[in-house]
Design a protein around this ligand. Structure first.
Ligand code: 13P
Ligand code: SF4
Length: 344
């Protein structure tokens, strides 16, 4: 049973600057439900010397209300590595919490809900990776960060959607295996001369978009700018004006002012981005990630109060997974890898 916290005048006053930022995307009638949690979480963060990292898909009251750092999965990994706080709360999905623990194992890493998974991470196991090595001897394995620590530990190098092409080309080989996202691998294959052996994992959110959606959208609205995440199928990416990571899409909107934009990705992101770009109309897709949605303000508060759900990774697995993650960080330019600090 989730406790209900009162919306007092003191809470209202302390959280007013946060609501002023959020007013475009959070109805006034909902703020009294969120504000007491925002206030309590921000106080508890200071008391416990905790930092909250939130992925771009978190809902606006988390993203703008309690997060200290926001970003795509690469940026969050980088920021987790440099975090000096005693406690790191990762508002995202399980593999993001694991990545934080792998890169900063001496901190306590918490996630608000340990059951927040990912269809890509679930599509492949360490045993699958070992079998691929036997099947393709000598071919390097590039692994999307949307995987378990065990899978990362069996790999040569990790990548995210922000740096996948850069990582593949850094290896200087004619052929690589890219796991587990088939569509991301096809996107990389279309943007490099390197031959890519794929795996058949898909994101359950992005695989639902189709090139037909984009065609219909453009028929109704010729001026709309369409940005798509590389986890979308190839016909979607071919029809989009730009393909890139969640952070890449935000950078694109910043650099190319437009009247109307559609972000073909998880739809909470449009709300978060709309706060920064009040003059852009974001046409929302309705695909939600059920795993990202497991995080709520009451769960974040509980997490800090009880110091759960803690992410623990076997030290032997940490060593291998860290090697793969570090190899990725070493070949990625700083421009694409640092998160955005929020003042909450
Ligand atoms: P980004 O690395 O682009 O943030 O993507 C993570 C993710 O899970 C997309 O579905
Ligand atoms: Fe995984 Fe897709 Fe959800 Fe991202 S949006 S966490 S890839 S299921």
């Amino acid at each position: 049973m989730v406790e209900t916290l009162p919306f007092t005048s003191a809470v209202e006053a302390r959280t007013r600057p946060i609501y002023d930022r959020l007013a475009r995307v959070v109805p006034a009638a909902e703020w009294p439900l969120f504000a007491p949690y925002v206030d309590a979480i921000n106080a508890l963060k200071r008391e416990k010397n905790a930092v909250i990292l939130a992925h771009n898909y978190q809902t606006p009251e988390i993203f703008h209300g309690v997060a200290d750092i926001v970003g795509d999965s690469l940026q969050l990994a980088r920021e987790a590595e440099r975090a000096e706080a005693d406690v790191i709360v990762v508002c995202g999905v399980h593999f993001m919490g694991e990545t934080a623990k792998i890169l900063n194992p001496n901190r306590t890493v918490l996630v608000p809900d340990k059951s927040a998974g990912c269809s890509l991470a679930e599509s492949i196991t360490g045993a699958d990776v070992r079998a691929l090595r036997v099947q393709h001897p000598g071919v390097p394995i590039v692994t999307y960060v949307n995987t378990s620590a065990e899978v990362k530990a069996e790999s040569d190098i990790c990548c995210t959607s922000a740096n996948a092409v850069q990582v593949v080309e850094s290896l200087g080989v004619p052929r690589v295996i890219m796991i587990p996202d088939e569509f991301l691998a096809q996107y990389v294959a279309a943007n490099t001369a390197v031959e890519i052996i794929t795996w058949n994992g898909h994101c359950e959110v992005h695989e639902r978009f189709s090139g037909m959606d984009v065609a219909r959208l453009r028929e109704d609205d010729a001026g709309i700018v369409v940005l798509a995440h590389p986890e979308c199928p190839p016909d979607v990416l071919a029809a989009a004006d730009y393909a890139g990571s969640t952070a890449g899409m935000i950078d694109y909107v910043r650099a190319h002012p437009a009247e109307r934009v559609m972000l073909l990705t998880e739809c909470s992101m449009s709300d978060n981005v709309a706060v920064e770009f009040p003059n852009v109309e974001f046409v929302r897709p309705c695909n939600l990630c059920p795993h990202m949605r497991r995080n709520t303000l009451p769960k974040i508060l509980r997490s800090l109060q009880t110091m759960t759900d803690e992410i623990l990774v076997d030290p032997a697995v940490i060593a291998g997974a860290r090697r793969s993650l570090q190899a990725m960080i070493d070949v990625t330019s700083p421009r694409v890898r640092d998160g955005i600090a929020r003042s909450s």
